[in-house]
Design a binder for this molecule. Structure first.
Ligand SMILES: Cc1ncc(COP(=O)(O)O)c(C=O)c1O
Length: 358
């Protein structure tokens, strides 16, 4: 079975973990500082603050900017629940806006329509590794005096007009969960150009203290460990090559897939294919996936239930493109360790299932 995701952990990662274990310094220390310095090359030299998960990265960025009770933050519903969770955990209200159908990211027109008197911020998600329409979203935010937070959990090294994601808004948040384009095991990171915001996030991740026992504000323990950072430093060195491999696999699928809708790339966008997500139209998506599984091809459905219909958020909003995507989307294996034989097997299986069903 070709799995839907396959993290690459090699000898270098194991050696890096060994090095940290041998040092006896396991918690946040020099490896985290080095990882932060090195990751800044991915986000146009922004200041980086590493934390224990992508969810924490979103949460602390919002908290540090003062988002809280009484505020609304516009988010997509077609995303992992962490996006809206992070907003809700600050005491603010996530307001769901629809996506645009070609790239699955927030539709700027829908964002503008959702702005109300309590709106303080917009948090687009660069879903599947495709950058959101950052030009228009930033313009809308400037015009309405709103903060732009980027959920870049799935989009390491993606860019729009040559500017990397995570370098557009007040803060960009990344995840290093094992299935992401690079991993630390678990982990996350906030990128920002604002030194004051970075300091606040550093305080929030560490019980509100910069110096031990001199707690300045109320904070959490959301620190990354040196063990995780050491893994991340090795993975980061491979990110560019892995991204190119993902893009090459995507080009192959673009060329050979038939009978399904392949993912579009917006003008100016560099898509990093965290997922290669097709639309299954005119056939039942879940049956399509079951037929692929029978042919040895694993797939993922991200996300079958949009956030606005989850019990955690239940909202009575009309988001037709979100609903359609939730029914039609199917993600194929596209990761860098996919062999040429495997990608041919994936393409043949998709084409055969599509042809049999049409
Ligand atoms: C879009 C999105 N936002 C946020 C997160 C949260 O990241 P983490 O799982 O590292 O907390 C994830 C990933 O899991 C994600 O896909």
């Amino acid at each position: 079975m070709i799995p839907a995701a396959r993290p690459v952990i090699g000898a270098q990662e194991r050696a890096a973990v060994d090095r940290v274990l041998a040092s006896g310094l396991l918690a946040q220390g020099p490896e985290v500082a080095a990882f932060e310095a090195e990751f800044s090359s991915v986000v146009a030299d922004r200041i980086c603050v590493a934390v224990n998960s992508g969810t924490s990265a979103l949460h602390l960025a919002l908290l540090a900017a003062g988002i809280g009770p009484g505020d609304e933050v516009i988010v997509p519903s077609f995303t992992f629940a962490a996006t809206a969770n992070a907003v809700a955990l600050t005491g603010a209200v996530p307001v769901f806006a629809d996506i645009e159908p070609r790239h699955f990211c927030l539709d700027p027109a829908a964002v503008e329509a959702a702005i109300g008197p309590r709106t303080r911020a917009v948090m687009p998600v660069h879903l599947y590794g495709h950058p959101s329409d950052l030009r228009r979203l930033r313009e809308i935010c400037e015009r309405h005096d709103l903060l732009l937070f980027e959920d870049a959990a799935q989009a390491h090294a993606a860019s729009m007009d040559g500017v990397p994601v995570g370098a557009w808004g007040i803060a960009g948040s990344f995840s290093f969960y094992p299935t992401k384009n690079m991993t630390t095991g678990e982990g996350g990171l906030v990128a920002t150009a604002d030194e004051g915001l970075a300091r606040k996030i550093r305080l929030l991740r560490n019980q509100g203290q910069e110096r031990r026992y001199e707690n300045e504000i109320v904070g959490l323990n959301n620190r990354m460990t040196d063990i995780h950072a050491a893994i991340g430093r090795v993975q980061l060195r491979q990110l560019a090559g892995w991204t190119a491999d993902r893009q090459a696999n995507a080009r192959f699928f673009d060329e050979y897939l038939e009978g399904v809708v392949t993912p579009a790339v917006a003008d100016g966008a560099a898509h990093v294919y965290h997922q290669y997500t097709i639309r299954v139209v005119g056939l039942d998506r879940d049956e399509f996936a079951a037929h692929l599984a029978a042919k040895g091809v694993g797939t993922g459905v991200y996300y079958p239930i949009p956030n606005h219909r989850l019990p955690a958020f239940a909202r009575d909003v009309d988001l037709p493109e979100t609903e359609r995507a939730a029914l039609e989307c199917l993600s194929l294996p596209v990761y860098p360790s996919l062999t040429e034989a495997e990608r041919e097997q994936v393409a043949t299986a998709v084409n055969d299932v599509a042809a049999a069903g049409s």
